[in-house]
Design a protein around this ligand. Structure first.
Ligand code: ATP
Length: 214
């Protein structure tokens, strides 16, 4: 089977165990060898992350220090246009070719809002979508059309993810972590502990930088 690689985009303001643990489980389940974290550029007209781009990357570095599964790619931060996943995937395909099996990891909440993504219909021609469960979100689309689209593209077997470069959706059976970056930022602002929510090295960095404090 060909080596399956996956990209995982997010704001990561900050990265937390709800990002890391489900993806580690997904990797074990699917034989995923490598996951590239893609911190995204938030366009100026949108609510800005509290941490700067450099701080978000530094937190990623702290988080993956002992996790060889992960690497970081800062390409989306290096351009001043919005982070469109489809554009990043097209650039990736130009660099790496069309044949390598490639996944794009999202949580269940992102799957449910996929139809708002720029050129979302093109995504499956570029990658597989690997979906991690996220507590508090329905398992089905409200829209019958979207539900039909999902069912048409569901992978029946992990081997399809390795044998074909793109085109399938994998609903992974990943552990549930009821964690969000929003909740972490809220707790920090209210001087509440976040010990179980993100890696200690990231908390140390946040403390050193005085992030997420009023
Ligand atoms: P925020 O609270 O600031 O909106 P977030 O915690 O949702 O942030 P993002 O960086 O926006 O984190 O998420 C990046 C990706 O990780 C998205 O695809 C999202 O669905 C997924 N994700 C985030 N948290 C979880 C979680 N607890 N379980 C599963 N997937 C998650």
């Amino acid at each position: 089977m060909s080596e399956l690689h996956a990209l995982f985009g997010g704001t990561f303001d900050p990265i937390h165990f709800g990002h890391l643990r489900p993806v580690e489980a997904l990797a074990q389940q699917t034989g995923l060898q490598r996951v590239t974290l893609l911190p995204n550029n938030v366009p100026p007209h949108r609510p800005q992350p509290e941490a700067s781009a450099a701080q978000r990357v530094a937190m990623l570095r702290c988080a993956i220090r002992d996790l060889p599964l992960f690497e970081i790619d800062t390409r989306e931060l290096e351009r001043d246009t919005p982070s469109w996943t489809v554009t990043t995937l097209e650039a990736w395909r130009i660099e790496r070719g069309a044949e390598q099996p490639l996944g794009f990891i999202i949580g269940q909440d992102s799957l449910l809002s996929l139809s708002k993504w720029h050129r979302w219909q093109d995504l499956l021609s570029l990658c597989h979508l690997l979906v991690c469960q996220r507590p508090g979100y329905p398992t089905r689309f409200d829209s019958p059309d979207m539900q039909r689209w999902l069912e048409q593209h569901l992978a029946q077997d992990i081997r399809q993810l390795h044998q074909q470069p793109a085109g399938h959706i994998w609903l992974a059976d990943t552990p549930l972590y009821d964690i969000s970056a929003t909740e972490i930022r809220r707790r920090r602002h209210q001087n509440q502990p976040c010990d179980d929510l993100l890696p200690a090295a990231v908390i140390d960095y946040i403390d050193r930088e005085g992030l997420y404090r009023d």
